[in-house]
Each structure stands twice: as C-alpha cells, then as structure tokens.
Design a protein around this ligand. Structure first.
Ligand code: UD1
Ligand code: CA
Length: 498
C-alpha cells in the first residue's frame, strides 16, 4: 500500500467549549484531542501529515512543535468550510513540492480523539481493495442528529447531505458521515475545484466532493468504523466527559489484560504515557498521570495521584500525592503523604503519615515515619527521623540544604536549621533545635534544660481543679499516686512569666 498523505482539519473555533483553550488542545488521558488524532494517524504511517490551523493558531502550532514536531501546519485564514480547508492544505503541499495526485489522501478532523488506528487501517484497506476514488468512514447511530447523512444507491455511496440541508426523509437515515475519508489524490484534486457555496451554511462543503465523484461514475464506498465510539466528535464539555470515560475504560482494559489488578476501574484514571507492570494493584480513586512507571508487585491507592513518578517493585503507596518522584523497591509511602518534585525514597524506605517531602533523597531503609517536613535534604541509609521533625530549609530569602548521615537517629520534634550536617551514627535529643553540625557518633542536645517550679499551681491557680488534684497528691501519702519529686530548686513566684 502506498504511504498516505494525511490532512487533519483543526481550524474551527469550538465555541461550544466556552474555553480560552482552543478546542483541539483540551486533554483526555494526558494527551490533547489533536494529539490523539495524530497518534491514530501515525499507525497508517503517513508520508506527510498536515494540520490545518486557524482559530488560536499560535497556541496550536506551539503545542504541535512540542508534541509532534514532525507534522506540518498550514493556516486557513478564513474558515470557509471543510472543502476550503482541504483545498488550503492541498495548495500548501503543492507549494512544498509534494505530489498529492499519486497517493491516497486521508482527511481527518482534530476533534475526534477516540479514533483508532484499526478504523483507519480498515478504511484504507477497503479503499485500496475497491480501487475507490473516495471512501467515507461511517457509523450507524441511534441518534444521527447534526451529522451529515450517507446517501446510498446499492452498495455505492452517491452523496452526503448535511442535517441543515436534508429533507425529512433523509433525516431518517441512521448512517452518518464521520468526517473522515480516504481519497485518491488525483480524484480529490480534480473534484475539489468544483465546490461552491450554494448551501444553507454558505460554505465549501468537503462532502460535496463525494457527490461530484459519484456522479461522474467513480467508485465511492462507505466503511463502518471499528466501533461507533471511534468517530465521536467533541463539541462541548459533556462530550468531552463522555470521551474521557470511554478512553479511561479503553486504557484500563488494556492494563487489566496486561496483568494489572484494578479494584474500581470507574474511579481509576491512567494517562496514555503511563507504564504498568504485571501484578501491579491499583486501589480505588487512583490517578496515574504523565510518564509514570509502576513496577511489578507495587500497590498504589486508594486515593492516590502519581504524576511523572517511578514506583519500584513491591512498593506500597497509599493516600498520596506524588509528583516527579522516585519511590524505591519495597518502600512504603502514606497514608496522607505529599511528595513533591525531586524526592527520592530509597529501597525499603518509608515516608509515613502526614509527611511532606521536597527535593529530598532518603537512603535505603531510612524512615520518616510520622508528621514531618523534609525539604532540600540528603539522608543516608538506615537513618530514622523522629516524629514531627521539620527540616527548616528556608530563612525567608534562601533555601538551605541539610545532610543527615547513615544510621543516624534524629529525635522526635526536632528543628534541623539548614544548612546543617548530622554525621553518621549521630543522635539528636527529642525536641532539639539543631543549628550546628553534629559530629559522627555524637548526641546533640539542642534545647533548654527543664526546670520545675514547685507548688506553682497551688500559689497561682488556687481553688482550681488542678490545684485540688495537686493538693491531694502532695498532701496524702495514701493517695496511691507516686509522688513526683522535685528535680530542680524552687523558683520564686515572681520569676514566672504568665
Ligand atoms: C462535518 C461534515 C458532516 C459530518 C461531520 C462529522 C461537512 C460539510 N460536513 O460537519 O457531514 O457528519 O463533520 O463531525 O464537511 N474546519 C476547518 N475549517 C473550516 C471548517 C471546518 O478546519 O473552514 C474543521 C473544524 O475545525 C472541524 C472539522 O473541520 O474539526 C469539521 O468542521 P465542522 O464545522 O465541525 O463540520 P460539521 O458541521 O460538524
Ligand atoms: Ca463538528
């Protein structure tokens, strides 16, 4: 089969989206509508692919430069209809010295993201087998309202009539025009010169090419799409949501067939660029965005969002939001954990409940189990960070780095004021504010010594329930409570700041 030339029409405004974003740039499963169509088109290996842009063309062109730099774009400055748009593309190709007369020319629209390669391959194969001048991709819809209807005579297509131009009998026809076609280049070039604007919308209809070709005796056929969902166009947010759900189901089915357990497919959203290994388990309300990779045996969710993350073999990630992070093999994360860009959890490491981490590397087997913020840090292997520890990385102007060595034990409720280094095997006392480096093997105590002001409550809060309880405890040896002994001298009452 000769490699086709593909033209994608995407100059329309998409007013019903009511959006500042051009319609074809709205996303489904991490890829723009237009990106999905280009992806489907790439399965038929086009020799050239031209996207006709118009509305907000700068944004569309910039997007294409980023995601599909191999495609060409041409601007349709005046949107005079689908026939005009194709003419603009053909003129552009001929100016570039591309011969369009000898190849199949496939015309697609930029707002049909559910189009599959299978439908295109079927269309092109039938087109070639029948040596057709034109092949229309069609679908039978229960509610064909709004679409062009396929007019047939025996097994040949003889024309397409738009909803607005159709007679009541023609509106009864359930077979619709998807707006996607394969043409013989020469036949298209010839017929397109015959288009006029004498229709209810005053536009050059590409659909009129079908009637022109059929009436001069050329073979024009209709081929059903692989699945009716393939041809669904997006015009508004409801259709966008429907298409999102269909794409979600397709992606989930693909991964389930590949050995992934998905507890609740309806609440599980996986982007097209994600990679999941067999025996991954996804719990409900899990979203896997961007080029995230999840290795075998890993359990993700419930309630977890991973964005461009790597999750290692057998890792467990629960109730977590993690973006641009690496979670090592056998590591555990969550519940209620926020891992921000640049976080690396080493193999068998742990980031536990209510832990936030950013630009922080946690060595193998190291743990931040509870209620901590770890920002701009390097932590060695086998180290434990006590509950409630804050890596104080920001002095109001600049960010500073904290390094904690191997096998260190940071006590609970520490403030590690960066830049600071805690050596290998060092300990810090609970409640310490660590402002100075701690040598390897040392115990750092960075807190005020405790003092007890005896009988303060009896003197300053007389008559309260606290005072009564204290009185009972201090007066009665038979109280049953162990008496708390003074460890520091009594201070005069006036020393106390209330
Ligand atoms: C078109 C078909 C209709 C088909 C339907 C499928 C025509 C006359 N009718 O109708 O038979 O059932 O698609 O969705 O072709 N576009 C341009 N430049 C233009 C006009 C349109 O690039 O000047 C693009 C639009 O951005 C869109 C596509 O072409 O991607 C289709 O245009 P639209 O106006 O939506 O055509 P429909 O009225 O839906
Ligand atoms: Ca349309």
């Amino acid at each position: 089969m000769r490699p086709p030339i593909v033209i994608i029409l995407a100059a329309g405004e998409g007013t019903r989206m009511k959006s500042a974003t051009p319609k074809v740039l709205h996303e489904i499963s991490g890829r723009s509508l237009l990106g999905h169509v280009i992806e489907a088109a790439s399965t038929i290996e086009p020799e050239h692919l031209v996207v006709v842009v118009g509305h907000e063309s700068e944004q569309v062109v910039a997007h294409l430069d980023e995601v599909a730099p191999w495609v060409a774009t041409v601007e349709q400055t005046q949107r005079n209809g689908t026939g005009h748009a194709v003419r603009v593309a053909l003129e552009f190709l001929s100016e570039r010295g591309v011969t369009t007369s000898e190849a199949p020319v496939v015309v697609l629209t930029g707002d049909t993201p559910l189009l599959t390669g299978e439908s295109l391959v079927t269309m092109l194969t039938k087109h070639s087998e029948n040596t057709a001048a034109a092949t229309v991709l069609t679908a039978d819809l229960d509610n064909p309202f709004g679409y062009g209807r396929i007019l047939r005579s025996s097994d040949r297509v003889v024309g397409i009539v738009e909803e607005k131009d159709a007679t009541p009998q023609q509106r009864e026809i359930g077979e619709i025009n998807s707006g996607m076609y394969a043409f013989e280049g020469a036949a298209l070039l010839d017929a397109i010169t015959g288009l006029n604007t004498s229709n209810s919308q005053g536009e050059e209809y590409l659909t009129d090419v079908i009637e022109i070709l059929a009436s001069r005796g050329d073979v024009v056929i209709g081929v059903s799409a692989h699945d009716t969902s393939d041809i669904l166009g997006i015009n508004d947010r409801s259709q966008l949501a429907s298409a999102m759900a269909i794409m979600r189901d397709r992606i989930n089915d693909k991964w389930m067939k590949a050995g992934v357990t998905i507890f609740d497919p309806e609440s599980t959203w996986i982007d097209v660029d994600a990679e999941l290994a067999p025996d991954v388990t996804l719990f409900p309300q899990t979203t896997v965005r961007g080029p995230t990779a999840i290795e075998t045996g890993a359990q993700v969710g419930p309630g977890t969002t991973l964005i461009s993350a790597e999750v290692g073999v057998n890792a467990i990630v629960r109730h977590t939001w993690a973006e641009l992070v690496v979670i090592g093999a056998g590591a555990t994360v969550g519940p209620y954990t926020y891992l921000r860009p640049g976080t690396v959890i080493g193999a068998s490491g742990k980031a536990g409940a209510f832990v936030e981490m950013k630009n922080a590397q946690l060595g193998e087997g190291s743990k931040v189990p509870h209620l901590s913020y770890v920002g701009d840090a390097t932590i060695g292997v086998g180290t434990n960070i006590g509950a409630g520890t804050i890596f104080v990385n920001y002095d109001g102007v600049e960010k500073h780095h904290t390094t904690v060595g191997d096998q260190a034990r940071v006590g609970s409720d520490n403030m590690l004021i960066g830049p600071v280094v805690i050596g290998d095997g060092a300990y810090t006392a609970a409640g310490s504010v660590v402002t100075e480096d701690v040598p390897a093997g040392a115990m750092a105590v960075g807190r005020a010594r405790q003092r007890n002001i005896l009988d303060w409550v009896l003197r300053k809060r007389p008559g309260t329930q606290s005072a009564q309880a204290a009185q009972r405890a201090t007066q009665s040896d038979q109280s049953g409570h162990e008496k708390v002994q003074a460890r520091t001298p009594t201070f005069p009452a006036q020393d106390i700041i209330e």
